[in-house]
Ligand binder design. Structure first.
Ligand SMILES: Cc1cc2nc3c(=O)[nH]c(=O)nc-3n(C[C@H](O)[C@H](O)[C@H](O)COP(=O)(O)OP(=O)(O)OC[C@H]3O[C@@H](n4cnc5c(N)ncnc54)[C@H](O)[C@@H]3O)c2cc1C
Length: 343
């Protein structure tokens, strides 16, 4: 069976690694970026309790990629930058890691054509299965009508004097987005902002840089899909193409977290390589709670959230996260969650 993996992000790299090991599969990867510029636009935060198992599955040790091991995350819920009105979240596995290096090590020795975004027709001529792992772009799948995505900008920076020694988040009003400072070790950090309303991003990026001067090494921007899998159907074009990862909405909307969900999605694909319907059903059931999270965020952003009316929704999300503290790499506390719903 000939398989094309188009888009070499976390999902595509994991699939390249795993599919290349199968003796009855001939897998070819395609990535639109040139190899030297291939990037992983992302803040590089994940949970090592979970990610270490996926790295191990690829014969790699996540410890070798960790840049910063988090202990406490400050979530600033007051006005302005570093307001002092913080929620402190104890971390239990949240790290920043060299995502690009891990991707490159996962695809080492596999067959990838960089700087190539083939047409669907040419892919259909040459392959039995075409995996769309193009992330936000969803390039080879039918376009969606009712989409929610958050535009983001991010800088990689270097500090002489670091502003914080651990993860820092600034939550924007109505949970329309976040500003983040994620340490990368040795004075390096990713600072970025994603805001549905767009207006907060510029204000917070500028005021943070003014308050904490740094050397800007790289600027990137891209949206993150918030629409959950249940609203990203169809996952296929009805022919040879099937989506894996953010292309079909595997992002945990409350945190803008897509690394682990997209890798889980890639593993679900591997488990159901020969059964497309089972893959679709398993994705929908695994990520069912993402629809509740999306509804909550959507209501918050549109100022339709009412704690009394929507309490059951919040409770469901809380119970899920509380029972998955190891998965999220942080302690979950109802009081903190309620504080977040009030900003
Ligand atoms: C600014 C920002 C910060 C983030 N920070 C975090 C974080 O800290 N932790 C976390 O868990 N999640 C984070 N996310 C979300 C996370 O990065 C994504 O959800 C996750 O990487 C999705 O993985 P993927 O493999 O599905 O897609 P991607 O990682 O987006 O990979 C898609 C790949 O496809 C390629 N591609 C696109 N179109 C084509 C085409 N037509 N032909 C060929 N190749 C193509 C792209 O170049 C890219 O290499 C962040 C997102 C953004 C935007």
């Amino acid at each position: 069976m000939k398989v094309a993996v188009v888009g070499i992000g976390v999902a595509g790299a994991y699939l390249m690694n795993q599919l290349s090991d199968l003796h009855d599969v001939y897998v070819t990867g395609f990535e639109r970026m040139p190899e030297k510029d291939h990037d992983a636009v992302c803040a590089w935060a994940t949970c090592d309790n979970v990610m270490k198992d996926y790295a191990k599955q690829c014969g790699l040790n996540l410890e070798n990629y960790i840049l910063h091991d988090g202990k406490k995350m400050k979530v600033d819920v007051g006005p302005g930058i570093d307001s002092g009105n913080n929620i402190e979240i104890n971390l239990k596995g949240m790290v920043s890691y060299d995502k690009l290096k891990l991707i490159h090590d996962m695809i080492r020795g596999t067959n990838i054509n960089f700087e190539k975004s083939p047409t669907k027709t040419s892919l259909e001529e040459d392959f039995d299965i075409i995996i769309d792992s193009t992330g936000f772009h969803r390039h080879y799948l039918p376009k969606l009508n009712d989409e929610l995505w958050i535009p983001c900008v991010q800088y990689k920076v270097k500090y002489e004097n670091i502003p914080f020694d651990d993860f820092y988040l600034k939550a924007f009003p109505s949970l329309s987005g976040y500003f983040w400072y994620f340490p990368l070790g040795n004075g390096y950090a990713h600072i970025g902002s994603g805001d549905f309303q767009r207006k907060q991003t510029h204000i917070f990026m500028q005021s943070f840089i003014k308050k904490y001067p740094c050397e800007i090494l790289k600027k990137v921007g891209r949206p993150v899909r918030i629409t959950p899998p249940s609203k990203c159907l169809p996952f296929t074009d009805g022919k040879k193409t099937i989506g894996v990862g953010e292309s079909i909405g595997t992002v945990y909307a409350l945190l803008g977290e897509g690394i682990i969900p997209s890798t889980i999605c890639a593993q679900i694909f591997m488990n159901n390589l020969y059964d497309r319907n089972k893959y679709i059903q398993d994705v929908l059931s695994t990520f069912k709670i993402y629809t509740n999270v999306y509804n909550f965020i959507n209501k918050s952003i549109n100022k339709k959230f009412n704690l009394l009316k929507d309490f059951m929704e919040v409770l469901k999300i809380y119970k899920y996260m509380k029972s998955s503290e190891d998965r999220f790499g942080m302690e979950i506390n109802m009081l903190n969650m309620l504080k977040l719903t009030k900003i």
